[in-house]
Unconditional design. Structure first.
Length: 271
């Protein structure tokens, strides 16, 4: 099985980034990942799409694990792993998806209380039609988000949003909660990262909400990237545009969506 370092497009994306100076807010510390010369993709986020992005229930059941995403616009719609896509039932997207223009897809979701990244279970496997998505409760380190969280986080975590605002040229971040590594995020270009960062950051900020402040600890970004490069990787067609790559090593797991010849969103987390 190939390793992440053997997949040229992933190795190239990871090799061109450099860490910047950390930013902190209470128990959350973020080390920016910089790659300032990346061209911007012609993708829109849900916030930018407005009424041209519609996410609706698939059926009439009280809780369905999947939703229907419709892109009524002329550009691909970027839906990010961990993004809140159903505020009423507090459901978050289960993988990053690029919805083609003028099309609709069925997208996998999980309840917010289950946390992100629960599908990096040892049982995942790529199939003919892509990866299976199962909502598996994350290890106890995850915050148990209460239902009103999606309503109040904008006001209660607003200072974190300001304190952790992206640097010019920032395309990614390594997040530490109470001094412990919590996750790595990498997007295609600085503009896309700037527009999407808070949707990713809020999960870390929520997890750090009741924790004791601490500076970034181990492992360092370079150590994380080194571990990541050695992980065995599997590939499968993505839910929307592109190909999804997933990996799981002894200490971390993650995934990357590759579309239009570039890494749209790469993420890695400790296990």
């Amino acid at each position: 099985m190939p390793k992440v370092a053997n997949v040229e497009i992933l190795a190239r994306a990871l090799g061109r980034i450099s860490p910047g100076e950390p930013k902190t807010y209470e128990a959350l510390a973020v080390i920016p990942l910089l790659a300032p010369m990346q061209a911007e993709p012609e993708w829109v986020t849900t916030a930018e799409a407005g009424d041209r992005a519609r996410i609706t229930a698939v059926g009439e059941a009280t809780y369905e694990p999947d939703l229907r995403a419709a892109n009524l616009g002329d550009l691909p719609l970027a839906l990010l792993d961990g993004e809140l896509v159903d505020a009423k039932q507090s459901r978050i997207l289960n993988t990053t998806v690029l919805v083609p223009p003028r099309s609709e897809l069925i997208i996998p979701t999980c309840h917010m209380e289950q946390g992100r990244w629960r599908y990096y279970d040892r049982q995942f496997a790529p199939g003919r039609d892509g990866f299976d998505f199962a909502c598996i409760n994350r290890i106890p380190r995850v915050i148990r988000v209460t239902p009103p969280f999606h309503i109040r986080y904008e006001s209660e975590l607003a200072p974190a949003r300001e304190a952790l605002a992206p640097f010019p040229g920032q395309v990614g971040a390594v997040a530490y909660v109470a001094g412990l590594w919590a996750g790595l995020e990498l997007l295609a270009a600085p503009g896309l990262f700037a527009r999407a960062w808070w949707h990713l950051c809020v999960g870390y900020a929520g997890e750090a909400y009741w924790r004791t402040p601490a500076m970034p600890g181990a492992p360092s970004p370079s150590r994380i990237l080194g571990m990541l490069s050695k992980c065995p990787v599997e590939s499968a067609p993505a839910v929307g545009l592109g190909v999804e790559h997933r990996w799981s090593g002894t200490r971390l797991a993650g995934a990357a969506l590759v579309a239009e010849g570039r890494v749209a969103h790469l993420m890695a987390f400790p296990i």
